[in-house]
Structure formats: structure tokens, C-alpha cells
Design a protein around this ligand. Sequence first.
Ligand SMILES: [Zn+2]
Ligand SMILES: [Zn+2]
Length: 785
Amino acid sequence: MPPRHSLPEALLTTLSTTRGRSDRLTHTEHLPARPARYAPWPDSIRAEITAAARAVGVEQPWAHQAEAMNLAKTGQTVVIATGTASGKSLGYLAPVLSDLLDGTEARNGRGATALYLAPTKALAADQRRRAAELAPPRVRAALYDGDTPPEEREWVRQYASYVLTNPDMLHRGILPAHARWSSFFKVLRYVVVDECHSYRGVFGSHVAQVLRRLRRICARYGSSPTFLLASATTADPAATAGRLTGLPAVAVTDDASPRGPMVFGLWEPPLTENIGEHGAPVRRTATAEAAYLLTDLVEQQTRTVVFVRSRRAAELVALQAQDQLGRPLAARVAAYRGGYLADERRALEGALHSGQLLGLASTSALELGVDVSGLDAVLMAGYPGTRASLWQQAGRAGREAQGALAVLIARDDPLDTYLVHHPEALFAAPVEATVLDPDNPHVLAPHLCAAAAELPLTDADLELFGPSTAPLLPVLERRGLLRRRSDGSWYWTRRERAADAVDLRGSGGSPVQIVEAATGRLLGTVDASASHTTVHTGAVHLHQGRTFLVRELDLENSVALVDAADPPYTTAARDITSISVLDTDTTVRWGEGRLSFGSVEVVNQVVGYLRKRISTGEIMGESKLDLPPRTLRTRAVWWSVTEDQLLDADIPLDRLPGAAHAAEHASIGLLPLFATCDRWDIGGVSVPLHPDTELPTVFVYDGHPGGAGFAERGFQRAVQWLTATREAIAACECEHGCPSCVQSPKCGNGNDPLDKTAAVRLLDVLLAGAPEAADGAPAPTGTDS
Ligand SMILES: [Zn+2]
Ligand SMILES: [Zn+2]
């Protein structure tokens, strides 16, 4: 048997030099081992807690944990933004449990309380176990969520000192019933907001308003809890925490936890013989490439996990690798499909740990369900969307001393292509920020109603809820939702519960239910805003890794009837979009050109769809659809150039539409590098002569009513963002545009016209006038609290 643990470096060399693969490894990053740095336990942490921590193997905290504990004890809002497995929970638990322990000495046994919020129930349950490990039982920790039996709820309200819940339950169950929680709120010392980077976009904006409602209720009962947040590493964690809580925050970012050495390869699959849309060259898919690499790694007895996007892809990778390996090694490769029972998961973990299983292909489901730490190698077929998920996946490789190998294999799209050619975007300081926009009036309005139902709103509350509040209150009065009393306060007037009017995780409009036609089973939902594009009649829809064909989209009942299917094609909706500027917040001059941010109205009509062969991207046919237009009022960033600039750039008028359209596509592809969005959360329109700007203009807008902060982040980081866009197009080796640069899978216009070379010249002439500020950004216009 060959040696089981080759050095990661040697492994990568073997992978990149065999079978003519020499030009596919675009970068190798050596992440050196990082030794742990320790600090003494702060004096303010009680001996019972430090003793319990020692009993579970934590002799001393790491320096960043101690820093967080000290800050928390001063009442400062703190966000701990360090890597995965860096012990963020001990950082907030130690001060929280210490204070709760103090509180047990009060006459009623509950002189202090704390509230813990997690984005999922499973995480809250996990954290309850952590708390129980560290604190004696007289600190009463309890879950309070939809699964808590009614007979236990009263006990939690009256006696629990550490209540673990989620923002949805806080919004719908706890705040509206605050009077029954009064004894809990009176002594509320801490609010822990865990995994706070998951509160992004519209959901994050809702959670920000729920936290403001929470602060108001606490003030009413005379408490002013300290907020402790935990986040993945992102750009500006303190600013994000400030926006989420409405309080100034300090960030702890200097990670002192140890790390083994890692070799990280960036990998670009080769162009194939296949021809895609408009004759574009097509790269081998990231999943096919991953299967080849997996085969080689398994042949060398390397325990490897491949992360892919869908269950189908997981199965394809495993099948292809098994095929290439032949017997007997084929039997040591498997696909992880998700939905396993607990003992099946344990068996899989065991097989992987023992080395009986050498290769596993999986969706990111593994991130949550199965412990696969300590592998030799991790392959990622496509950028998982955020740096947080990237490091979470890569972190599965490596045990303490010996090194690990991680390889990111680029998908055929502009962001992945950019990343494998710009390693600094992954390995230097993060540029991607968690983005949210609590001032969105669509988000704010229902929370003002909910807040008024909890306690009448007064002028003193205006500041707490932000600058959109004052103009919104009279609107809510006209709609008959609020009424102003003679003392100036605003009351909720309806009989129904105000909090029921909004679902924190929806984005407005009643969602479309996806129902399996054969069984009538509800598979899930899609947002109304996305339904015309993603679940129109005839659409191929991927849902939680499984593929369905939409039999019928019933708009009246908001239902899409689907059948499980595995057609050899994907579908792409075709649409017509027009955009008008409602309000310009800010315009910055970029030489002769202009960059603006403001409110727009987008009218979009899906008129048909294309069927594209999966293997080649070839168009198999087009069908018409009869769907009504949809209107979206949202926030956008847009830029314009003048006719003189077009002359300078040598772009004749007949090439302008293709240039602007190509620049628009690539810029949408690159925005997720700067804001935690998906390219599906945003949209774009390019217009050779826009009636509002009277100039050639490219718009990028938030795909949710009222906006979610993505376009605003694009505006704030416009120089870096559009520079990266220009680079991504210019660096692509294709001749006339391909999916790696300017073609978009969601183009409503069939990727036509697109002019790659003119797009580069257009962006050049625009960027030539851009300000050269320190980090290239115009002053933020946001209303960060
Ligand atoms: Zn290209
Ligand atoms: Zn397009």
C-alpha cells in the first residue's frame, strides 16, 4: 500500500503535472501553521466557569476570547469575527454565564437573564448543550421555540435565566407578549446574536428591526442589555454589527486559535471542444473536473471530500470517479445525498474516519450534519458563494500537525474566473461585507406596526427606528393601520396581531408554493418576486439539490405544480425589462461620467424561455409564455458616460448596446465579491440612451422591493467593483465572450447583443474619471446607525 499521508504540496504537484494539466493550477497559496496565543482568564469570569472550561479541556482562553470577555464586561457592544473553530462561543458564554451565576444569588434566584439568538433551531439546541457544559445547573438554560410544549413555556418565562431562541420567535412570540416576560426583561443583562453574518439582505434588515423593537421593550422595563455578536470573518464586521443592532460596536478580529499548515490551490478547468451560446467556448464543468481530481487523490489513498452545489452533481462526481477508478477502489467512493437518518450519518462518519471510505462527494449539507473534520484534502467544485462558506468547507481538511490540501475549482462564470486569477481577493483582507438595509420602508413599515402594537410609538422612538420612520408614520395612518392620539403617540388599530403581517424570511408578496403534482406534497416555496423567472410553466427547477419540471404555474393560487424529472436540458427565462429613475439620492462625478445611487422602478415581463442542453449549452428550442408584467420599486446603482467619452473609447453607436450589456452582465457577476449576495439577488438593465439620464446608462438593482443594501454597497465600492469587472472581462481568454466573462445564465435577452472588447473600452473610459480615494470609494451615503 502506498503511504497514506503524502504531503499536501506533493499531492498538488502530482495533480497539476499529470495528464497535460500544467496550465490549470492558477495559484498556490501556502497558509503557514499558526501557533495558538493564550491569555489569562479575566478576573471578572467566575471560578466555577473557568473550572468547568478546564474540565472540558480549555486550560486557558485564546487571546481573542479573553479580549471579547473583557470588552463584554465593560458593557460594550462586541462582535467576534474570527475563523471557523476559533471558539467564538466561549468568548461570549464566559461573561454571560458568569453574570447569570451572579444572578442566581439574588433572592428569587434570577437576578440576571440573557437571551441567545441563532438563525436556526438546531444551532440553538447545540448552544444549550454548550452552556450546560460550562455552567452549574442553577443557571437555568432553556430553549424557547416553535417546538417548546405550551406547558413548558410558562416555566421558561418565569424561571429560565438563559433563553435560547431565534429571531422569528422573538418577533412573533416573545415581543408581542412582552408583559408576560416582564420579569425576564427587567434583569436582561446580555443579548447574544450568533452567526450574525447570516442576517443579510432582506432577512437581515428584518432582524435589525426586530432587535430595535427588543431594545425598546428592554428600555420600557428599565434594562439596557449588552449585545454580543459572533460572525464569520468579513469586511467591516463592526459596521455590520452596528447596522444590525443600531449600537456602535467594536470588533475582535485578531484570531489567536491554532491552525495547521494548509496548501490551497486555485484551479481553472480547461476549455473544451464544445460550443455554447453564440459559438462561445465552454469550459469543462467544475464537477467533471472535480471527479478527475478525486480519482487521482483516491488512487493515492488520500481521504477527500468534494463539495458541490446539488445532489445530482454529488451523484455525478461519485459515479464518474467510480467509473474512472474501477474495482476495487470504486467501492471506496460515495455520494452524500442528505436526508440520512442519524445512524446512517454516524456510519458514514465512521467509514470516513477509518479510511474505509476514501472519497465522498457532497452538497454543503455536510457542513451541518456530519463531522468530517480531519480529512487529507477538500475539493470545492465552484466558489460556495461567500468567504465564510469557503473557509468552512476548506477547514474540513487537516489535522493538527500534518498539513492539508484544499483546491477551489472554478465554475464557468465571471466571479469564479476572477477569483482563481486574483488570489488576493480570497487570501488578503476580506472585501465582502455582510449587507443589510434596515431603512428599507418595506421592511420598516410592518415593524413599526408591530412596535406600536407592543407599546404605542412616541416621538422618542423616531431615532431608534431610523430616518425612514417619520415620513412613514402618516402613510401607515392613511392606510388605517396606525392612529395618532391627541397626546401625539401612535397606536395599532387593528384586531389582528401586527407581528403576523410579516415573515422575516420572506421578501414580500405571498410566496409561490412548489407542490409535487403526483403526491400533492409541498416541497417548498419560492419568493413571489422570483417566481416568474424560476418556476414558470415548463421551467426546470432545482430545489434543495433535486431537479423538477414545472407542469403549471398557477398565479391565482400561487402554486407551481411540479414533477420530479431529469431532463437533459436547463431552462432560461426570456424577459423584457424597463427601468425608470424615481429619485436620485447621490450622484458622483467621475470625470465626464457619472455614478449615481437612488430609487428606481423596474417593470419586468417574462415572455418565454429557452431550453439549453446541459452537456453543451446548445439551444434546443424556445417557447412563449403569457405572464403579466411585474413592477418592482427598489434601490439601484447606475453609471453613465457621455457621447464624447464614447468617441474617446472608439465605440461606434452600433456597438454601444453590446458594450453596455456585456459590462452590465459582468458587473452583476462580480458584485457578490463585495456584498454577501447571490447574483440572483440582483438584476441589471443597460440602455444605450436612457430617457431619465439622457445618456448611455447601466443600472444594477436589488431584486427585492425597497432594496436590500446590495446596490448601495456597489455604489460605495464602485471603483473596486467596476475595476474588478473590467479585469474579469479583459483577462478572459475567449475571443467574443463566454460564460466565464460576459455571458449570463439569467440573461433575459438570450445573451444578445454582447460585445466583449467594446465593454472593456467602455469601462476603461468610465474608470479613467473615477476618484482615486484611499480605497477607491466615494463617501458612503448610508445611514449607518
Ligand atoms: Zn470569456
Ligand atoms: Zn442580459
